[in-house]
Structure formats: structure tokens, C-alpha cells
Design a protein around this ligand. Structure first.
Ligand SMILES: Nc1ncnc2c1ncn2[C@@H]1O[C@H](COP(=O)(O)OP(=O)(O)OP(=O)(O)O)[C@@H](O)[C@H]1O
Length: 355
């Protein structure tokens, strides 16, 4: 027998909601419930912050009741709060320093890889850069925060669900010298689309603080495309040391990249530079080069925005095949020109003390 979602929900129905008087499930407080094949259970209890005090014992009661179920594995419960409307401005001088972005213990630097538009190769760049930094001897972590299309497990050739032997911390995956965790591995495939702000915030914090990253020189965060909740939460809660913005040379991708750069500027995150991906197409048969998406667009944009152009990565069949095959080109064809393009970005970042 394997543990079913329904039996977990039935158990949670026996825990009463101290505010509405009904139970946690009927009150709609249980979110993002997942039950793995091995019976590991995770869910979020989402409450209003003004009422959070009344829920002091609810988290432990919910955990306890699920733990009594047959065939249950580890049980991981998170409590999150809805955001409330902003309070009226306090015109008195502030004494306590506002709690700004925090450093994560054990992680020396956080590097965000962003793009304005989807499908421009942000995840491909993240995985290759992570492997290239590992090849430079750096202790590298890769957090796949792309809730809408997590791809790092496939790109790094790892599968299965992350284990949590003590029910509190999560063991990351590891391959090619890179320690990897994906938010996508915490949910069922169809759940990612219903994630909302507070849940994302809770999940991102869990990824940062509860994953056993070990000591890292750099944690690369592969962000979802655009300028949404994940970007905001990451930069507001954690000290992000730099962002790399990936774009193709096309006008439409560049327009979105500009919005991304603008967002990081507003949030005070240093932009380390831009990477032009799919810069030029190199035919894998004859080596002929053509500029499928135009040429030099990102270089011009980088100059205009006064940020460095870190690399121009060609559109090459080998890069796509390596990504789909679960071993990034930096690992599978380390001597190729394409792999060397990633290696030089990694070397430059290390030389600048950025990674
Ligand atoms: N330089 C390249 N040459 C060949 N194929 C590439 C290159 N860069 C990316 N690709 C391919 O393009 C597709 C999209 O890339 P990727 O998933 O990295 O993009 P993304 O920006 O992370 O997308 P999403 O927004 O969906 O997360 C993948 O199939 C990948 O293998």
C-alpha cells in the first residue's frame, strides 16, 4: 500500500482551524500538498499574518496527525502568511536598522542568472557555468528556481526526489561537481502553475535555508524568465552578489532583457554583465556561420547600459544535444570551442572575485 493524498487530507481534516472553527482543509489553509511514491509528505499551511499568533500549535498538530498514518515517510510542514496591505508611513525617526537581504550561512556568494524572456537559454547557461566553475575548483551550488519550467535535473542528468532523512533538512542532488536542488522537485508537475507569492516566498526560503548546501564559494540561481515574485523575493530576502542577464540578439528579447536589468538596478543588485546566447549559428556539418537572430544586438545594448558583455555563445547543435543528454557541453565536450566560451566566463568571474 502507498500513502494517498486523500488519506493525508482526511487526517488534516481532523485538525481544527482555530479562527474559522472548521478544519484546516475546509478552511482552505492547506496548500501545495505533495505525497511522494515513498510516502514523504510536504505541505504549506497558509494563514493571515494578523492571525498567525492563533496558529502557534497548529503546525505541530498537523505534522503529528499525518505522522500517525500508515506508510508515511518524512513529513515536512511549512507555515506561511499572506502579505498584508502596507502600514501607513511611520514618520518618527527609525532606530532599528530595517532587516534587509540576508547572507545564507555557508554560502559565500549568490549569483542570479536571469532573462527577460523565456527560452533564450538561461538554464543552459546556468548549468554550463556551474560546471565550468566547478572545473575551476570552485565549490558550486545550482538552485533551479524556475518554478514554471524546472530543467536543471534533466540538464545535469539527475533524477528522483530529494531525500529528507530528518524531515527538517533536504539533501540536494549532486553531479559533475555541482550541488543542485530544484524547486520543481518539491512539487508535482501540475502544481507549479498555481504557486502564489507567499508560497513561493516560503519555498525559496526553504530552498536557501533547509537544503544542506554545505560550504559553497558560489550558489548560482537559475531564475524564471521575467520580473516576478521569485526575483523580488530572492533579492529582497537574500544578499545577491550579482546578476547575469541572458538574451538573444533579437529586438524582442532585448526589450525584455532591458526590463530585467532595470529591475535589478531598482533592487540594488549589481549587474555583472550580459551574455548573448544563440549569437550566431554554426552549422555542425560544414562550420558555416549565420546570424539567425541578428548579430551584435546584445553587445550594443550592453554598451548602452554600461554593463560588460561577458560572452557571445553560438547556437550550436552540440550545446542542445548535450543539454538534453544530461551532461552540459562543458563536461561532455570540454575541448570544444563552445565549452571554452563558458570556461572563459567562469575564469573571468573567478578572477574578479565574483564566483
Ligand atoms: N547556444 C545554444 N545552442 C543550441 N541550443 C541551445 C543553446 N542555448 C539553449 N539551447 C536550447 O534551447 C532550449 C531552451 O534553452 P533553455 O531551457 O536553457 O532556455 P531558458 O531560457 O532557460 O528557458 P525557460 O525560460 O523555458 O526556462 C533548450 O532546448 C536548449 O538546449
Amino acid at each position: 500500500m502507498t500513502l494517498s493524498r486523500d488519506s493525508v487530507l482526511a487526517a488534516l481534516k481532523t485538525v481544527s482551524d482555530p479562527v474559522s472553527g472548521s478544519d484546516l482543509v475546509s478552511a482552505g489553509l492547506i496548500k501545495a500538498l505533495t505525497v511522494s511514491d515513498t510516502g514523504d509528505v510536504r505541505f504549506v499551511i497558509e494563514v493571515s499574518p494578523s492571525q498567525a499568533g492563533q496558529y502557534a500549535d497548529v503546525q505541530s498538530s498537523a505534522e503529528a496527525v499525518v505522522k500517525t498514518l500508515a506508510d508515511v515517510g518524512t513529513v515536512s510542514v511549512m507555515m506561511t502568511a499572506h502579505s498584508t496591505p502596507a502600514a501607513p508611513p511611520d514618520l518618527k525617526p527609525q532606530r532599528a536598522a530595517p532587516s534587509g537581504p540576508q547572507k545564507v550561512p555557508g554560502i559565500d556568494r549568490i549569483l542570479a542568472i536571469a532573462s527577460g524572456k523565456g527560452g533564450v537559454g538561461k538554464s543552459t547557461i546556468s548549468s554550463n557555468l556551474a560546471c565550468a566553475l566547478a572545473a575551476e575548483g570552485r565549490r558550486v551550488g545550482l538552485l533551479d528556481a524556475d518554478v514554471y519550467g524546472p530543467s536543471q535535473p534533466r540538464m545535469l542528468g539527475v533524477s528522483g526526489r530529494p531525500a529528507s532523512p530528518d524531515g527538517k533538512t533536504i539533501l540536494p542532488m549532486r553531479n559533475f561537481g555541482v550541488t543542485m536542488m530544484s524547486i520543481g522537485l518539491m512539487t508535482n508537475d501540475d502544481q507549479a502553475t498555481v504557486w502564489r507569492g507567499p508560497m513561493l516566498m516560503g519555498a525559496l526560503q526553504q530552498m536557501m535555508n533547509q537544503v544542506q548546501w554545505g560550504a559553497l564559494d558560489v550558489l548560482i540561481v537559475d531564475l524564471p524568465p521575467g520580473t516576478g515574485d521569485v526575483q523580488m523575493t530572492l533579492t529582497q530576502k537574500f544578499q545577491v552578489d550579482g546578476a547575469v542577464v541572458v538574451s538573444t540578439p533579437q529586438d524582442v528579447a532585448l526589450l525584455d532583457a532591458r526590463k530585467g536589468i532595470d529591475m535589478f538596478n531598482q533592487l540594488g543588485t549589481p549587474i555583472l554583465g550580459m551574455i548573448e546566447n544563440m549569437s550566431t549559428h554554426i552549422c555542425s556539418n560544414c562550420g558555416h556561420e549565420e546570424h539567425v537572430f541578428g548579430h551584435g544586438g546584445v553587445a550594443k545594448e550592453a554598451e548602452k547600459l554600461a554593463v560588460p558583455l561577458l560572452a557571445e555563445i553560438p547556437l550550436h547543435l552540440d550545446i542542445r544535444m548535450a543539454a538534453d543528454g544530461g551532461a552540459p557541453i562543458v563536461v561532455s565536450k570540454p575541448d570544444s570551442a563552445q565549452a571554452q566560451a563558458f570556461r572563459s566566463v567562469a575564469r573571468a568571474l573567478v578572477a574578479d572575485g565574483k564566483a
